[in-house]
Ligand binder design. Structure first.
Ligand code: ATP
Ligand code: MG
Length: 396
């Protein structure tokens, strides 16, 4: 039998007019993700995507990678059968024969409603055939084995194993965002959540090299590369922040420095966003997690720029964030030791209730414009692609 992956997406929330756009983006993303594994081009058929396979396709790695393509609700490795019910009986049986099961059900969906039999009639015919040969009972609620039949175009697709996709929306359908990426645990998870909703990330990492070592930059690159298994590609700006910090520390009260650093990070990130035609900034802040993340500080930091700052982890507990970071795979990189730029030239007990007027007064004495310009001009810009594109396969 011919061999495919059948891929389903969540139709909920897809507006009629946008449907083509989402489906085409999903097909293009699937092609990019599995093109080296012996798959033909993905195509849309009656509310789902069909991925035809060549004889030598690496189906186990295709499964692995489809599990990371946002926009997929679930998918299955399926075999094609002619649509005549006699063929469905024989082919369904050949797929389940040899498996151990005491109860089963047949679940038919018709993508083509013109088909002469109803779904229920097909279930009954194929169910009776399998029952007779397997001696198993039919159980519609708690079957040990489900055999799905999807009637589409000129075939029926038959499969017995449904795998979950990661949900979300196809990457690239929601526009570009600039993510402030530290070497920590939180910001990679924040980025992942935005990618999940279809956004293309541009990462900005600030470092204090040569006052610190290069580890944080290395981590940011590795995290961006790992996340590109989801985002398909990502751009990374490595921005030298040390000179900006040196300017800030000349004439400002010690306890305000973290706030000032953050405000300048926002300003630099906003300029990169304009250049990249991105519309929002994204951070990994969660209320109250550390001193710089009190509501007062979030307020004062946000007012440095006019661009909206999205904080997808704002209401999450650390334990939830760590759990997600582990599942995504970024956790192990995030916990590697590094020297965070924000710990440079700052006090043990930073400001927790920043006052906008005071901060603005401190900033008024600073002349950082030239330094900021230099920081942007000397930023190193890299393109990261998924590890499989560079030969090493990252398995989740
Ligand atoms: P994270 O785990 O993401 O580092 P955190 O809990 O350590 O977050 P902070 O260090 O206060 O909290 O950082 C808050 C947010 O500010 C980060 O999630 C990130 O978006 C941004 N940020 C902090 N440091 C940097 C940096 N060096 N480069 C880019 N963004 C940064
Ligand atoms: Mg941090």
């Amino acid at each position: 039998m011919d061999h495919f992956f059948v891929i389903h997406y969540n139709e909920l929330g897809l507006k009629k007019g946008n449907r083509d756009y989402f489906e085409n983006a999903l097909c293009a993303n699937i092609d990019t993700t599995v093109r080296d594994l012996g798959a033909e081009r993905a195509r849309r058929i009656s509310g789902r995507v069909l991925l035809p396979l060549k004889a030598d396709a690496d189906t186990s790695e295709i499964k692995n990678r489809l599990g990371r393509v946002f926009g997929i609700a679930y998918f299955a490795e399926a075999w094609a059968s002619p649509q005549a019910v006699e063929n469905l009986e024989v082919n369904a049986w050949s797929l389940v024969e040899g498996r151990a099961f005491k109860s089963f059900r047949i679940d038919t969906r018709r993508g083509e409603k013109s088909f002469p039999l109803t779904s229920v009639e097909i279930n009954q015919r194929v169910g009776a055939y399998v029952k007779e040969r397997s001696q198993a009972r039919v159980d519609l609620e708690n079957a040990e084995l489900t055999c799905w039949i999807e009637i589409v175009e000129k075939y029926a697709l038959i499969y017995v194993e449904r795998l979950p996709g990661p949900g979300g929306l196809p990457v690239g359908t929601s526009g570009k965002v600039v993510v402030l990426l530290s070497g920590g645990i939180d910001s990679p998870v924040a980025a992942w959540k935005m990618i999940k909703r279809g956004c293309t990330p541009v990462f900005v990492h600030f470092h204090s090299f040569p006052y610190t070592n290069k580890e944080s930059q290395e981590k940011a690159k590795q995290i961006a590369q790992l996340l590109s298994a989801y985002s398909l590609r990502s751009k990374v700006y490595l921005v030298r922040f040390a000179d900006v910090q040196r300017h800030i520390m000349v004439d400002t009260p010690l306890e305000t420095r973290v706030i000032l650093y953050r405000r300048y990070m926002m300003r630099l990130a906003e300029q990169i966003a304009w250049r990249e035609k991105a519309r929002v900034l994204v951070t990994g802040d969660s209320v109250g997690q550390v001193a710089s993340q009190t509501i007062e500080n979030i307020d004062v930091i946000s007012r440095a720029v006019s661009m909206p700052i999205l904080r997808p982890l704002i209401g999450d507990d650390k334990i939830e964030i760590v759990d997600l970071a582990r599942r995504i795979g970024t956790y192990d990189i995030s916990i590697l030791p590094d020297q965070d730029c924000c710990s440079l030239f700052v006090p043990k007990h930073p400001e927790t209730k920043a006052n906008l007027l005071e901060i603005e007064k401190a900033e008024a004495r600073l002349d950082v414009a030239e330094t900021m310009k230099a920081a942007l001009e000397t930023a190193e810009v890299l393109l990261e692609s998924p590890s499989y594109a560079t030969g090493e396969v990252h398995k989740l």
